[in-house]
Design a protein around this ligand. Structure first.
Ligand SMILES: Cc1cc2nc3c(=O)[nH]c(=O)nc-3n(C[C@H](O)[C@H](O)[C@H](O)COP(=O)(O)OP(=O)(O)OC[C@H]3O[C@@H](n4cnc5c(N)ncnc54)[C@H](O)[C@@H]3O)c2cc1C
Length: 338
């Protein structure tokens, strides 16, 4: 039996599956990760030897913003359900030698249980999607004129992930796959290393987040206790991309420089009791495609994610997946089979 497959259980894949389900299409959603969420990643602190074991910390996307009407109403609904949480519209601004001021912007949203819980919640609402995590899709190819995923025939496939990861799935050799491969080459990606630091107590001045400008080591500090709303003395710091790129094979090497930059910017002398570094090789696309998604002219093969959109944000990834899902549903309704 032909199937519609969405590969990638981040926000763009879940949005794509939702759009297809809403149009009466049943979907299989595959993610190679143990859990869904992708770069909307949260982890529970364990074995830290501090009283903050159990605290859920966001180690990928720091927050969500919402401009598009469709995404805004989704976020409002999540807030009403108690899944999402309006966090703050004000962050501090710092440079290497300390905090200089505040900057007000759009409302930033988060989730009481970590941003990953938003993806989990949206996946749990899908009316007609079989979710398979811990499942690598295998290669996408065209065999005897029909699309296959992992060797099985499908009627449509949406690949919702960073383009370098998508590229690993697309077997060259047919015009459709070559066109998709070509499309994935348009964007370059920058890495981030996110350092989580657990302190004994918060000795810093109150803040939600700090944009750190012109520092050779760090770019951003999030107060995860403020983000969760529980006041835990847990900070997440992003390492400057050029430095991150040099340490992707062993991200723990950035810990000493990152923690001393953190102390310098916050004006504190305390050391964290526990710290850990998480690498994101493909954290953010540096440029975005003009189109909100890719859909092959002939085959029902699509690509979506934050590179197919207006900047590397959760909102644009969601929109890209949503619009690809709608376009695939249109195609499938007109009877194209592959
Ligand atoms: C450190 C960091 C900070 C960020 N901060 C913000 C922020 O503050 N605000 C904001 O709006 N955005 C932020 N972003 C960007 C935001 O996280 C992304 O734009 C968004 O989450 C992208 O979602 P996605 O579904 O397109 O991709 P992803 O979340 O990357 O999902 C892709 C999924 O595909 C799966 N996958 C890959 N290969 C395979 C395969 N072969 N088989 C099956 N599954 C596969 C992966 O496991 C993954 O779950 C940040 C990102 C990072 C890394």
């Amino acid at each position: 039996m032909s199937r519609t497959i969405v590969i990638g259980g981040g926000i763009s894949g879940v949005a794509c599956a939702a759009a297809l389900n809403n149009r009466g299409r049943s979907v299989t959603l595959l993610d190679k990760g143990r859990v869904l969420g992708g770069r909307m990643a949260s982890r529970r602190i364990r074995d830290s030897g501090t009283p903050f074991d159990g605290h859920v910390v966001d180690i990928g996307a720091s927050y969500l913003t919402a401009k598009d009407e469709r995404f805004s109403s989704l976020i409002e609904r999540l807030v009403d359900l108690g899944v999402g949480r309006a966090w703050t519209d004000t962050f501090h601004v710092a440079s290497s030698d300390g905090i200089h001021g505040v900057k007000t912007g759009p409302m930033r949203y988060t989730a009481a249980d970590g941003v990953r819980s938003i993806v989990e919640h949206l996946a749990s609402e899908l009316p007609d999607t079989e979710v398979m995590s811990g499942h690598d899709s295998g290669p996408i190819s065209v065999e005897e004129g029909a699309l296959t995923v992992g060797g099985e025939g499908v009627d449509a496939v949406a690949v919702c992930m960073p383009s370098p990861q998508a590229r690993q799935l697309l077997e060259s050799g047919s015009p459709a796959l070559d066109a998709a491969l070509l499309a994935t080459h348009e964007v370059t990606w920058e890495p981030v290393i996110a350092v989580t630091a657990v302190f004994d107590a918060a000795t810093w001045r109150e803040f939600d987040g700090i944009f750190v400008n012109d520092d050779p080591v760090i770019t951003w500090i999030a107060n995860d206790g403020a983000r969760r709303g529980n006041g835990a003395p847990v900070l997440v710091t992003h390492v400057q991309p050029v430095l991150a790129a040099r340490h992707l094979t062993d991200p723990s090497q950035v810990l000493p420089a990152t923690l001393s930059a953190l102390q310098r910017v916050l004006g504190i002398s305390e050391h964290p009791s526990w710290a850990d570094a998480k690498r994101w090789t493909y954290a953010k696309p540096l440029t975005a495609s003009q189109q909100p998604f890719f859909l092959d002219q002939g085959f029902n093969l699509g690509l979506a994610g934050d590179a197919w959109s207006d900047g590397p944000r959760v909102e644009t990834a969601w929109l890209s997946g949503h619009l690809l899902g709608e376009s695939l549903a249109d195609r499938l309704e007109t009877g194209t089979t592959s």
